[in-house]
Ligand binder design. Sequence first.
Ligand SMILES: O=C(O)CCC(=O)C(=O)O
Length: 328
Amino acid sequence: MSPNPYLSAATEAGEADDVGPAWDGDNDQWWDWYMSLADDGGPAGDLVALAALDLGYLPDDDTIVAELAEPYDLPPRAVETFAEDGFIVLPDVVSPGAAEVLRRRLGGLLADAKGSALRAREMIWREDPLVRAAVLSPRIARICAALLEVEALRLYHDSALCKEPGAGRTPWHHDAHHFPLDSHDVISTWMPLQPVPAAMGPLSFARGMDTWRLLADLAFDKVGTSYDRRVAQTLREAGAVIHDQPFALGDVSFHSTLCFHTAGANRTTQPRMVLGATYFADGARVVEHPTMVSGDWQVFIPRTAPGEPAASPNNPLVTGLAAPWQTE
Ligand SMILES: O=C(O)CCC(=O)C(=O)O
């Protein structure tokens, strides 16, 4: 029997830090494996009861599509802050009504999603027009391009993430370890679709664009929780500043592929629903040797061999769109 129940004989082979084999399951299995690498500490107390949000009037889809195409005024020094810190959390990127409509939509789209810790689906922008409006949103794309200081961005994939009540931590990681792209001009959004108090497990970030260097020599552990523990310990010992704050409804975070991040357990009675997406600078190529940590990446960049530019029909340019339905 495998020392980690989510690994196959092929992915389990070798030392615990050997991520060389390709992932041979689907992306649901990948999430189950990945979440099993989190150190969840000891027993936790009762779940915190949260009242359901009642916003009253909700906008229709056309109103939300129009909202997500409107420019967003970046606060002063946002670009500098992102370049220094490796992440930024921006307020009022999405209206409460739009977030609530998206939350309900994702609830339906995730109804049959498997996953024991985190129910996740990617690529739902291909099947739902409202999710497409959010994932290909000119507003979000312009923010991402401004923060990365690049002209043209493509979509890698979206992620609908539902962390159920009682589900545990997401392990410490940086996305450069995950994405099979040869560029560091890669940015991910995390758009919670309800407020995320501390007890619900907000995404939290190790401040500093260069902080990953502290962790570069730590051996990954594909079997157990030692990597997650060693990242936490190294950050603690180095005195790294961890941004671990609740998200208000409308807040969206943007993190660099180099930024180490984690998320707490959901210790509330409500699912933690998030729409995330990742964008990369046009021109990036698939790395020569994608690893098992990239999951089934060919779903996201189909018909593209290692070394080739990542520019499949699943990776539309998101910058320069006047409206979200206008893909190449
Ligand atoms: O939502 C989570 O728990 C993890 C998400 C994450 O790591 C990401 O969006 O990069």
